[in-house]
Design a protein around this ligand. Sequence first.
Ligand code: PLP
Length: 395
Amino acid sequence: MQSLDDFAAGKLRELDRNNLHRVLAETDRLDGVWVERAGRRLISFCCNDYLNLSHHPTIKAAAPPEIERNGVGSGAARLDTGNHPLFAELESRLARLKGSEAACVFGSGYLANAGIIPALIGPADLVLIDELSHACLWTGARLSRATVLPFRHSDTAHVEALLGSHRARHSRALIATDGVFSMDGDLAPLPQLAALAKRFDAWLMTDDAHGLGVIGGGRGSTFAFATPIDVQLQMGTLSKAIGGYGGYLCASDPVIDLIHNRARTFVYATGLPPAMVAAALAALDLIEREPGYAALPLIKAKTFTRLTGLPEAQSPIVPLIIGEAEPALEASRLLEAEGFLVTAIRPPTVLDGTARLRFTFTAAHPDAEIERLAALVRKVLPRRILPNHVESVAP
Ligand SMILES: Cc1ncc(COP(=O)(O)O)c(C=O)c1O
């Protein structure tokens, strides 16, 4: 048999050949915007800390007293002794913000998604999932052992057709989608998906990792439309706009009770450190107190799309699709030489042939830097990297 090392080396050679080998780069995040890499100070346009709360003085101040009182870890799963009283407070705050009866905090967003669907959906059931949904939503769907059918990105006619031909053969059905798509920044067509869910007796689940704090007045994608959408399962993370770490599900009382009993990634995983829970509470306070601040990342993203002529931003995430991996890497290197950190996103994170730069905007990005970045994207990238994109990028 081939040795394990030979096997790994062979796989890595294949990744190298396709420009898909990834390596960890040490990054010192100096504040919510600036980073240091290999001794260079760069301004990051690729972080999910949309409100810069990871470094906000008020949020940081919430953690040390909890470390002092309760230590650095929670010590056990929440169903054992890891259920610090602050969890109940955080969960009721999340539920209030998302307009649900209850909430459940998980160790991370990935753990939430890996646990929620298998707790509610089984082999006799159907999951329809947007093809561009985040990897961990796919993980949950696959772990459920249900029939999993992807639908074309945001194509509600395709969802309708799939429900029409498959729904009757399954006992329960779930439509699962990102609320804000992590690599494309667009919003899911939630009003139409909710109407289809109702018509075909299906449940609707959103992964709103990139919606909380920055879309719909800070309440997420459910609230980004003319009226709030009926989404029975609103999942999200505390690791992006909230600035810390952790995941959650907002749903009805009985669903959350069932999750406590059946979601394996909740039952068998250690609870979040209490200091992280305290920081998340402080972050929610700030988001609710300062809606003007929470609106800034989207405003900044719209400034960038206006200056570059890219399609108007719907969220703080703006993709510039380049195509193959190598020119995407080259574009990233070129921006880095100018002081901007914008990582290239390559398959399998995105579909083959859609490697891209993914720009993310935060409340604290200086407008002058956005203008300088936009000028590079408009003038330099088309000439140096994207000869075929000159017309699509130039305003
Ligand atoms: C859409 C989406 N869902 C879920 C996750 C996972 O959340 P976490 O980082 O808290 O595990 C991410 C983060 O990468 C994400 O982008």
